[in-house]
Write a protein that binds this ligand. Sequence first.
Ligand SMILES: Cc1cc2nc3c(=O)[nH]c(=O)nc-3n(C[C@H](O)[C@H](O)[C@H](O)COP(=O)(O)O)c2cc1C
Length: 161
Amino acid sequence: MGSVSSDAFKTAMRRFPTGVTVVTSVKNGEPRGVTVSAFASVTLEPPTILICVNREARSYLFISTSKIFCVNILSADQQPLAERFAARIRERQFEGVKYSIDRTGAAVLEGSLAHLDCEVTEEHHAGSHSIFIGRVVSLDVRDGSPLGYFDGAYHDFALEP
Ligand SMILES: Cc1cc2nc3c(=O)[nH]c(=O)nc-3n(C[C@H](O)[C@H](O)[C@H](O)COP(=O)(O)O)c2cc1C
């Protein structure tokens, strides 16, 4: 059986269009966020989702220690937020960012198409990443066009509910 190179793997995965989220968490009163496309629904009853987070990301310890996170599904006009939360900013990551909080205390970014506020029920290690399973404890939605990611670039998916 031939092995698959990481370049070939990346090329194939780039053909899969995804939405873009910012996953937020909080530890000792300090908010933290990370841009995440590895997000999926798991079960309807109870409402459960999953995210995959690199354990080298600063956000990892926030989520795994506090056992809470909030998935913010970004709208097309929030691309600057996607870039900011992928930029490995050390401090004052939320400077100038408008947000509120819901049930868990994690940041709800103003203008997101939806947020799903979650409590971690399981963490599974998978190589460099951890898969967090989250029970959704609160959420809200608003209309707008989603931010998408395809072939290594952001796109306005130009879809409205
Ligand atoms: C479109 C996009 C999607 C991403 N999806 C993920 C993801 O699903 N999981 C992950 O761990 N990192 C993902 N990243 C990378 C993180 O956002 C990036 O490594 C981040 O800078 C980590 O920041 P930190 O070390 O400051 O926490 C993604 C980046 C981009 C641009």
